[in-house]
Design a binder for this molecule. Structure first.
Ligand code: CP3
Length: 348
C-alpha cells in the first residue's frame, strides 16, 4: 500500500498504513502561489480556464504531502447555466443578481447538462488527472441541492436564511420543483466529473445545518439521497459534508454517503458513535485552531486522532474550509504530523 490509495481505502473503511489527510479549500488565499495567480485573473476566469484551474489544484499538492487533490472550482457556477447571474464581489463574496423570488422564477430555470454548462471544469479534471499521474487521487465536488437553493433564493450568503426557509415553507410545490431541478443538474454534474476522472466526489451542503431536523428530512433529504444514489451507481465513494449538523447525526447515514463530514462542534468519537460504524468519518479540526502556536495545534490533532483510535475509515480534515490568513508552515506541520502519528501508533 502507498499514498496513491490511502485516501480511497479510508473512504471505503479499509485498513491503511497511516491516516490520510486533505484540507477543504486547500487551494486558496493562504497560499502565496494562489494569490499570485488571482492577482492576474478573476475568480471566474481561473475556474473557467482549465489550465489555470489545473495549476491552482496542483499548488497545495506540490507544497504539502496531502493524500488527495480537489479540483479547483466553486459550487456556484452551476447556477449560471440554469439562468442566474453570478459575480464574485471582492470583500463581499458571491452574489446572484437575479435571485429566485417566485414559483415562476423556478419554472424559468434551465437544466443544462454539465457538458454544456461546465465543460471547463470537466476539462480541468482531465488535465489534473494527467498531471497527478496516479500519485494521489482527485476529488470532484458540487454543492448539494439545499445549499445551492439557499444561494439562488437569498442572492448570496445569508445570516438567518429567512428567504430560503420562507420559500420552502410557503411554496412547497415550487420548492419541490426547484429541488428536483437542482438534484437533476447536480447529479449529472457529479457523474460527468467521475467520467472525466474524479475518483471520489464531495457533496457540500454547507448550510443544511440551519434547518430544523424535521424540515431537513421532509424537504431536503430525498433530493440529497437521489443525487448520492446516482453518483454511487458509478462505483466511486461519496463524501457528504455540512456544518452544524449535530442535530441530524442519526439521520445522515440515510443520505447514502460513504463518508460523512463532521465539524469541530462535537468530539469525533461522539459523532461517530451517533453516525454508526457503517460509515467513514472526515474531520474535524477547527480551522481557527491553525492560528494557534504549533503545540496547541498538535494537541488538538492528537485529540482527534486518539478519538478515531486507528479505526478504519477516518479521513483527517478540518471541520470547514481553511481560512485565508492561515500560516502555511502550520499547514505543513499538521499534514506531516498526522502521517507520523498514524504510522507510530500502528507500528507499521
Ligand atoms: O477545496 C478546494 O481547494 C477547492 C476549491 C473550492 C472553492 N470553493 C474555491 C473558492 C471549493 C471546494 C469551494 C466550495 C464552496 N464555495 C462552498 C462549500 C464549502 C464551504 O466553504 O462551505 C461554498 C459555500 C462556496 C461559495 C463561495 N465561494 C463563497 C461563500 C465564497 C466567498 C467566501 C470566501 O471564502 O472568499 C467563494 C469564493 C471562493 N471559492 C474562493 C475560493 C478559493 C475565494 C475566492 C478568492 O480567491 O477571493
Amino acid at each position: 500500500m502507498d499514498q496513491s490509495d490511502r485516501f480511497l481505502r479510508a473512504c471505503r473503511r479499509e485498513p491503511v498504513d497511516t491516516t490520510p489527510i486533505w484540507l477543504m479549500r486547500q487551494a486558496g488565499r493562504y497560499m502565496p502561489e494562489y494569490r499570485a495567480v488571482r492577482a492576474q485573473h478573476s475568480m471566474l476566469d481561473a475556474i473557467r480556464t482549465p489550465e489555470l484551474a489545473c495549476e491552482i489544484t496542483m499548488q497545495p499538492v506540490s507544497a504539502f504531502d496531502l493524500d488527495a487533490a480537489i479540483i479547483f472550482a466553486d459550487i456556484l457556477p452551476i447556477l449560471i447555466g440554469m439562468g442566474l447571474d453570478l459575480a464574485f464581489v471582492k470583500g463581499e463574496g458571491p452574489q446572484l443578481g437575479n435571485a429566485i423570488r417566485t414559483p415562476a422564477d423556478v419554472d424559468a430555470l434551465r437544466t443544462p447538462s454539465a457538458q454544456e454548462n461546465l465543460p471547463y471544469t470537466l476539462e480541468a479534471i482531465r488535465l489534473v488527472r494527467r498531471e497527478l499521474d496516479g500519485r494521489i487521487p482527485l476529488i470532484g465536488f458540487s454543492g448539494a441541492p439545499f445549499t445551492l437553493a439557499s444561494y439562488a433564493i437569498e442572492g448570496g450568503g445569508s445570516k438567518n436564511h429567512v428567504k430560503v426557509k420562507s420559500f420552502m415553507l410557503s411554496e412547497p410545490d415550487a420548492w419541490a420543483r426547484l429541488m428536483d431541478k437542482l438534484a437533476t443538474v447536480v447529479a449529472d454534474y457529479l457523474v460527468a466529473q467521475v467520467e472525466a476522472g474524479a475518483q471520489t466526489v464531495q457533496v457540500f451542503d454547507s448550510w443544511a445545518g440551519v434547518l430544523a431536523p424535521g424540515d431537513y428530512r421532509a424537504h431536503v433529504l430525498p433530493y440529497t439521497q437521489r443525487v448520492i444514489a446516482q453518483v454511487k451507481a458509478t462505483g466511486v465513494p461519496v463524501i457528504y459534508f455540512g456544518t452544524d449538523l449535530n442535530g441530524l447525526l442519526e439521520t445522515l447515514p440515510e443520505t447514502g454517503a460513504d463518508v460523512l463530514g463532521v465539524d469541530w462542534r462535537i468530539d469525533l468519537d461522539a459523532a461517530w458513535a451517533r453516525l454508526g460504524e457503517d460509515v467513514a468519518v472526515q474531520g474535524n479540526l477547527d480551522p481557527v485552531a491553525l492560528f494557534a502556536p504549533w503545540p496547541a495545534v498538535r494537541d488538538r490533532a492528537v485529540d482527534i486522532l486518539a478519538r478515531a483510535n486507528g479505526r478504519p475509515g477516518h479521513v483527517f480534515n478540518l471541520g470547514h474550509g481553511i481560512l485565508p490568513e492561515t500560516p502555511v508552515d502550520t499547514v505543513r506541520r499538521l499534514v506531516d504530523f498526522v502521517h507520523e502519528w498514524g504510522t507510530g501508533r500502528t507500528g507499521r
